[in-house]
Design a protein around this ligand. Structure first.
Ligand SMILES: [Zn+2]
Length: 94
């Protein structure tokens, strides 16, 4: 049961990321004159691609700092996050 729910969650995240990727690519093609927003968009596109890669290789949802599972709500809101809530908070404080 758990595995099934997890599968569906990953499929949803993947869809969300692919949609986000398409939107970012469109924005990028419209931002040809704007170096600054281009750079920002390229970073977001890369984060998107990396998140999709992590879903495909089974590393999605693990915090890159402490290797604990990232909160599901956090992933739902922002599938490109790479740290759990407490590690993200640590980084902001330091
Ligand atoms: Zn962490």
């Amino acid at each position: 049961m758990l595995a099934l729910a997890e599968d569906r969650f990953l499929t949803d995240c993947r869809k969300q990321l692919i949609t986000l990727h398409e939107i970012l690519m469109q924005e990028l093609s419209r931002a040809v004159q704007d170096q600054k927003s281009q750079t920002g968009l390229l970073v977001e596109i890369r984060q998107c691609e990396e998140a999709i890669k992590r879903i495909d290789n089974g590393h999605f949802g693990r915090c890159k700092v402490c290797s604990e599972a990232i909160e599901l709500n956090r992933l739902k809101a922002e599938p490109t996050v790479t740290t759990c809530l407490s590690c993200a908070a640590d980084r902001h404080n330091s």
